[in-house]
Design a protein around this ligand. Sequence first.
Ligand code: SAM
Length: 786
Amino acid sequence: MIEIPPKFAGRPPVNPATLAKIGGGSGSYPGATGLAEDVRHYGAWMRAEAEKRIGHLYPTVEITADMARERPDLKPLVGQVLTVIAWLWARTVKSPNPAFSHVDVPLASTFVLSSKEGKQSYVQPVVEGDRYRFAVKFGTPPPDANEGTKAPGRGANFRCIVSDAVVDGNYIKAEGQAGRMGAKLMAIVAEGVRGRIYLSPTEEIEAVARSAKPTWKPSGEVPARLTGGTCVPYGLREWGDLFTPRQLVALTTFSDLVGEARERIRQDALAAGLPDDTRGLEAGGTGPQAYAEAVSVYLAFAIDKSVDYWSSLCPWLNQPKNEIVGKTFGRQALPMMWDYAEANVFCGGGGDIVTQLEYVSKYLVLCSVARGLGVAVQADAQTQEISARKVISTDPPYYDNIGYADLSDFFYVWLRNSMRQPFPTLFATMSVPKAEELVATAYRHGSREAAEKFFLLGMTQAMERLKKLAHPEMPLTIYYAFKQSDTDSDSGTSSTGWETFLDAIGRAGLQLVGTWPMRTERVAAFKTNVNVLASSIILVCRKRPTDAPTISRREFIRELNAVLPEALDEMTKGSADGRSPVAPVDLSQAIIGPGMAVFSKYAAVLEADGTPMSVRTALQLINRFLAEDDFDPDTQWCLAWFEQNEWNEGLYGEADVLARSKSISVGGLAEAGVVASGGGKVRLLKWADYPSDWDPRKDPRQPIWETLHHLIRALKQDGESAAGQLLGAVKSKSEATRQLAYRLYTLCERQGWAEDARGYNELITSWTAIETAAGAVPEGQGELFQ
Ligand SMILES: C[S@@+](CC[C@H](N)C(=O)[O-])C[C@H]1O[C@@H](n2cnc3c(N)ncnc32)[C@H](O)[C@@H]1O
């Protein structure tokens, strides 16, 4: 990515077709544009060659009069030959019903293929005795089509399509592990003039797929435990098990072609007159051999990007905007996919390698603007030497969020297959190194506590190393994009990833001088129904003097009092030099910068009993400055979110950043009953959404925000005495609740949200009556809850 393009900067391509076009002259090929041109050319050659060899495995479909008889919508297409985009399969197991144990029954999570208005399509199973077939229909699906063959409730439970017997998760696992899981073609997706056309499967088409006979498949074990899920319990144990025979044939064909292309490029480069130094890239060459290897690296990258779309863990994405084959890594995990989409590798669309080749070539053109030489060195951050006296900006792993090493083997096994020959040292091992990886995964370290200890120690060491080696004049910047989840244990011994990370920085002798929220993540990069991050936090650090003093809690608070109001003022006003004010949702995160700057410039802040203050306590003290009132963190979150979004949906990533700053999580807020979260979006629940049977005595997480909106609900629905009954059960929260109502009323007035303001106003004006009604109820014993 950074090393190869500069080596061949400014060179014209070597492929004869382009050379013929530029007619003997060298043309103008700034940066890596010549390299990009060759990647396109040899990529297209590779694809054409692959099509010659295995194109027969990817047949087109002709729409016949016979097909149109059952499907009037196909009538206008009779006689047309359509390209297939994908084949949609359902995994199968033998029916658990002894009378049907010879039948491979489908595990389909849905029968709906397209929900697009006017183009709805679905699979209709037709059962005849102990046989069944799938017919694809056009029109509104029946209500149960959504569920496929899934049994009601959660988990991997299905029902037998021929006998209705329950096919439970344990049975499926046992069948999978015994190698008895199969697949049945459910539908064919073809390319129409105006969108996708879904067709019924036929035995002939299924037979073509089954005729693929791979000669190689990658070995190596899929991680049996993985943050986010793994398919191993269902018998997909080795990397090769994640691909259909046809996918294995395609991938080995393309991998082999990388080697063939390399030799072609070498010959063409020689013919083009590139001086021959007979050395490859690893030996520091820049001649025909090295150039051929360079182009082949990018061809292999394009294949590797295709692998993401060419496994049996790829879903069919029935989305409002487009219906496409999804990636294996819709999220960073390898969960089981019951029904999967097998892309046509020659369809010209998203699943085709040309799309990936185009991405790779575009990158090469883009990187042409960069000057100078890049160097990539692989080293363990805890022991590396390379950052000595350099300006450091780093993006470390985030606690237990992503198992990079485990997941990267999925790609590595294919890359190794095509690139081991030119890079024997780089690809010496069968899989990527794992032991040094700084992630807090319980499954690797035995327990959550051990994992946290490993992460904290390792990260502290890595940070110490950076501090030791960094250029003394320059700050060290660290990207931090951890997605907060509640990792807190009851005992309080384990803390969240965010705190653990800040802790590691402090322990390493670094001092935090700023936190910059920065929009870094491409929200659309993931499936839209997944909650994704929107921002990274950039932590700006400097070395803490070795003789830094300690201070007391009281002195710490005094210093926060002196520093934070001014910092807050500056952040909310913006500045004359064009800096815009910090967005309200980012404010809580940004204020951590100046707050932690105070905390981390001391060797320790000592509590009254002489113990050092925890990062968590420091964060809580810092955050108080944003809330004039001492509301709980959940309520503070709700306030900031409300100010920005009112009751509207906002992005999950933004909600998460705000939650992190308060050491809580979006999941926790949903549990508290104040937000709804899903589909990558988060919204505050309105009082009308609150359940009317709420019992505060049974609610373990009760932010003031929740109490207030329950009071409004009770007042609106059942009047003052009902609200009083409720307040009576939570008397200790009375004053804070009233204060919050005032605060929200003022906010709504200021924003011109009249309807909302009215609700808070009504509560405030009825407050005395509500309190009087509450006065009659002993705390926690409202009649309402007896
Ligand atoms: C958040 S990712 C960086 C992603 C990168 N910025 C990108 O856009 O591709 C963290 C990286 O740290 C690497 N890592 C984990 N443990 C490491 C260690 N001990 N030494 C060096 N790198 C490590 C992981 O392999 C992963 O690639």
